[in-house]
Design a protein around this ligand. Structure first.
Ligand SMILES: CC(C)(COP(=O)(O)OP(=O)(O)OC[C@H]1O[C@@H](n2cnc3c(N)ncnc32)[C@H](O)[C@@H]1OP(=O)(O)O)[C@@H](O)C(=O)NCCC(=O)NCCS
Length: 153
């Protein structure tokens, strides 16, 4: 699993019980998962098709730092399913508590909004990156290095 997003809970995220509003948290998860899916699949055209159950196990308060982690569970033909985990991060101890977790599925679409296949090359690239680098997203330098290797092969 890799870190995708870090966020500080603000006053405007709070609902009626002094806790972060569940809908705001869902939106953050969708954002993190969507951006991860887009980068893994090399396209901005990814749409959310399915959100699994979300159970909010711990409250998030103003000033809490939350970190959203994710990984690919499986690729389909046009879809990719991700496991997403939200953790509260204690800046003093580094300890983390799971706030919630869920699976989210995205579909790659074309200009008309129709589902289209995710190239096999990108699926194997993800597996290779996980094996070699321990993560699916790479900083520009590493990604460039990888591309050079890919073009040499
Ligand atoms: C995404 C969309 C184009 C797919 O259209 P569709 O007619 O369902 O397409 P398909 O039947 O070819 O299915 C496409 C993929 O979605 C998956 N899928 C479809 N319905 C599903 C469901 N109910 N649950 C889980 N997966 C589903 C299929 O398994 C398929 O995956 P695969 O190609 O990896 O096998 C269409 O449903 C859509 O536009 N949805 C709205 C998306 C949206 O607005 N999201 C919110 C904002 S991003």
């Amino acid at each position: 699993m890799e870190l995708i997003t870090t966020y500080i809970c603000k006053k405007f995220d709070i609902g009626v019980h002094e806790n972060m509003f569940g809908g705001a948290l869902m939106s953050l998860i969708d954002d993190a998962a969507g951006s991860y899916a887009s980068q893994i699949c090399d396209t901005p055209r990814m749409v959310t098709i399915k959100f699994d159950e979300l159970v909010f196990k711990k409250p998030v308060k103003v000033g809490n730092i939350i970190k959203i982690y994710g990984r690919v569970i499986k690729f389909g033909i046009s879809s990719v399913e991700l496991y997403m985990e939200v953790r509260k991060h204690n800046v003093y101890t580094g300890e983390q508590e799971i706030v919630t977790h869920t699976n989210v599925k995205f579909v790659r679409i074309d200009e008309e909004g129709n589902a289209i296949p995710i190239p096999d090359r990108l699926k194997t690239r993800y597996e290779r990156r996980l094996k070699e680098f321990g993560k699916g997203l790479l900083p520009a330098g590493e990604a460039d290095g990888e591309r050079q290797i890919e073009t040499l092969i």
